[in-house]
Design a protein around this ligand. Sequence first.
Ligand SMILES: [Zn+2]
Length: 124
Amino acid sequence: MKILFDKVGSTPKPFALDHEGMHFEGTLEKSGYHRVALKATLGGQLDLICDRCGKQYTLDIAQDLSFSLSDQMIEDKDDLDIIEFLDGVIDITYIVESEINAIEGSFHYCNGCEGSEEELEIAF
Ligand SMILES: [Zn+2]
């Protein structure tokens, strides 16, 4: 799903996208001369492989996201919450895929392994 940067105004523009079993829904709103604020929620279920026991499990995702989008090069590369769309086209699908990749790429334990860690902490 692509939205032209120039089409986003100061009135929040709603969008909704279903992508690979995930639902991404929110608004785009102009927040500055070359800035658009994205506020959205990502929900759904992801099939993940546990980093501890190697079992496949399903993770329920429900998270709020907010990003600043720019159609210009950002000088301050330290600000990780800014996403550049230099061609002036906001690619919502790309944002969802990046988020899914970030979740899949981070350490995650299945419920069984998280539970066993808790038990170790409690049973001293
Ligand atoms: Zn596990």
